[in-house]
Design a protein around this ligand. Structure first.
Ligand code: ZN
Length: 201
C-alpha cells in the first residue's frame, strides 16, 4: 500500500501553510454552498474537478452515484442529504455521473453480479434508468445513455426526500445534473430534455 503518511506530510508542509487562514475560519464555520452527490469511483474527485476549496462542497459518494428514493427510517444517504439541505442550507445540489462507470457498465452489459449480491441489490435503485435504455443493444452507446438517464433518475429520487421537496418548493435549492468525462476532463451539464428533468437547471 502506498504510504499515505507521505501525502499527509506533504500536505502539512506544502499546502496547509498557504491555507492556514482558511482552515482557521473553517474550524468554527461549516457553510458549504453545494451538496455534491457523486460516484465512489476513485477517478471522480469532486473538489478537484470543481476546484472547490475546503468548506465549499458537502459530499456524498455512493456506488453509481445512486440516491435511493426516500423511505422512512435512518440510513446514511438520507441523513446526509437532510443534514446538507435542512441544517446547512445548501443552495445547490449536483448529481454527477461519469464516463466508464463500473456500476452503469455492469447494468448496461448485464454482468453477472451473483458474487456481489449487495451490489446487485443496491443497483436496483437504477431500475428506472435501466428501463429507459431497455431498447438499446449493449455497448458503449448504451452505457453512455444509461449514465445520463441514471443522473436524471437519481435527481427524481432525490426529489422524493422531504427535505429536498420542501426546499425546492420554497425556491431554496436548485438541482443540477452533470456527467464527468474522465478522458477529456469535461463536465456535461444535462439539460431539461431528459426524463424528470423539470428539476434540472
Ligand atoms: Zn461510477
Amino acid at each position: 500500500m502506498p504510504d499515505l503518511a507521505d501525502g499527509v506530510a506533504r500536505f502539512q508542509r506544502d499546502v496547509f501553510p498557504a491555507k492556514a487562514d482558511l482552515f482557521a475560519r473553517l474550524a468554527t464555520h461549516h457553510t458549504p454552498h453545494t451538496l455534491f452527490i457523486g460516484c465512489s469511483d476513485a477517478r471522480v474527485v469532486p473538489e478537484l474537478i470543481t476546484q472547490g476549496e475546503p468548506g465549499e462542497l458537502f459530499v456524498v459518494r455512493t456506488a453509481g452515484n445512486l440516491v435511493p428514493a426516500y423511505t422512512p427510517g435512518a440510513n446514511g444517504v438520507t441523513a446526509s442529504i437532510e443534514y446538507a439541505v435542512a441544517v446547512l442550507g445548501v443552495s445547490d445540489i449536483v448529481v454527477c455521473g461519469h464516463s466508464a462507470c463500473g456500476a452503469m457498465t455492469a447494468l448496461a452489459e448485464g454482468h453477472d453480479l451473483s458474487g456481489a449480491p449487495v451490489v446487485a441489490d443496491w443497483l436496483r435503485h437504477a431500475d428506472a434508468a435501466l428501463a429507459r435504455t431497455a431498447g438499446m443493444a449493449a455497448g458503449p452507446q448504451k452505457t453512455a445513455a444509461l449514465v445520463r438517464q441514471n443522473v436524471y433518475a437519481q435527481l427524481a429520487n432525490l426529489a422524493t426526500h422531504p427535505s429536498v421537496a420542501r426546499a425546492f418548493a420554497e425556491g431554496g435549492v436548485t438541482l443540477h445534473g452533470w456527467v464527468f468525462d474522465i478522458a477529456g476532463g469535461r463536465i456535461e451539464r444535462l439539460d431539461a430534455a431528459g426524463a424528470g428533468a423539470a428539476l434540472v437547471s
